[in-house]
Write a protein that binds this ligand. Structure first.
Ligand code: C5P
Length: 252
């Protein structure tokens, strides 16, 4: 693929920021997508659907072939169980995985500490551990239903601050929240991973509050998670190249 115009180092940096969601049902489809665009993106996200159908052996297989994996299983359980699951994710070699911040500070501290200790002991690269705050499918009614009176935005900020204080590496946040999170959490190292991105050529699908790749980068996102606009595109390479072009236009 030819580089989108501009400095090669900017193009390479933007490529690292692009995570494509492998939201497909079979190993065959996933392998096709990786073969087609794997060299043009930073990482692939494997979520509940593909993990349930393909299992850990597929994740290991693609990591061994040099693909970076964001394991999006959103761990939420007692601290010991989440820490042990995190340890296995680290041993698998995933580059990033996530937990629900609503599992509480003890759970987040425990997974952060135990995974860091394990990686030091076994000389592994520590994965980025990211917190999920409020799912984008939830609104204030959903929060009230489960006993939370805060507005969504305030709950997102509250949980993101908790995640930062507990030593997690960042949060998954809707692109509409990145500006607010950047202002409120001073550590520039705190990673903001944003789904709900729609390039100018794509439809919104079921995403309600979307942002273009350029606007998301400008608002302070570190990584963009994009699924359907790439994996359902008639020409996936063209889709990736166009997205990288939009990111680059915002970076200059
Ligand atoms: O196809 P699309 O680009 O909408 O995919 C976005 C990906 O990000 C999906 O895998 C979706 O599950 C995930 N995601 C999201 N909103 C969140 C967290 C994850 O869309 N808050």
């Amino acid at each position: 693929m030819s580089e989108p115009c501009g400095a090669p180092e900017t193009a390479a940096a933007n490529r690292q920021k692009l995570i494509v969601a492998l939201d497909v049902e079979s190993v065959g489809e996933a392998r096709d997508i990786i073969a087609e665009i794997g060299h043009t993106v930073g990482a692939f996200k494997i979520g509940l659907q593909l993990f349930t159908s393909a299992g850990g052996s597929f994740v290991r297989e693609i990591i061994q072939s040099g693909t970076k994996v964001f394991l999006d299983l959103k761990f939420h359980d007692i601290p010991n169980t989440v820490a042990k699951a995190g340890i296995e994710a680290a041993r698998m070699g995933v580059w990033m995985f996530n937990v629900h911040a609503s599992g509480g500070s003890e759970m987040m501290r425990r997974v952060a500490c135990d995974v860091a200790d394990l990686c030091q002991r076994e000389e592994l690269t520590k994965p980025n551990i990211i917190a999920v705050t409020v799912l984008t499918s939830s609104d204030s009614n959903t929060l009230r239903e489960i006993g939370t009176e805060r507005e969504v935005k305030d709950q997102v900020l509250h949980l993101a601050r908790m995640a930062s204080e507990c030593g997690l590496d960042g949060v998954v946040a809707s692109a509409n929240e990145t500006g607010l999170l950047r202002e409120s959490i001073k550590s520039r190292d705190f990673l903001l991973v944003t789904p709900g991105i729609r390039p100018t050529f794509a439809t919104n699908d079921d995403q309600r509050r979307v942002m273009t790749p350029g606007a998301a980068i400008s608002s302070g996102a570190d990584y963009l998670v994009i699924g359907r606009p790439v994996i359902k595109a008639a020409d996936r390479l063209w889709a990736v190249k166009t997205i990288l072009g939009e990111m680059e236009a915002a970076s200059t």
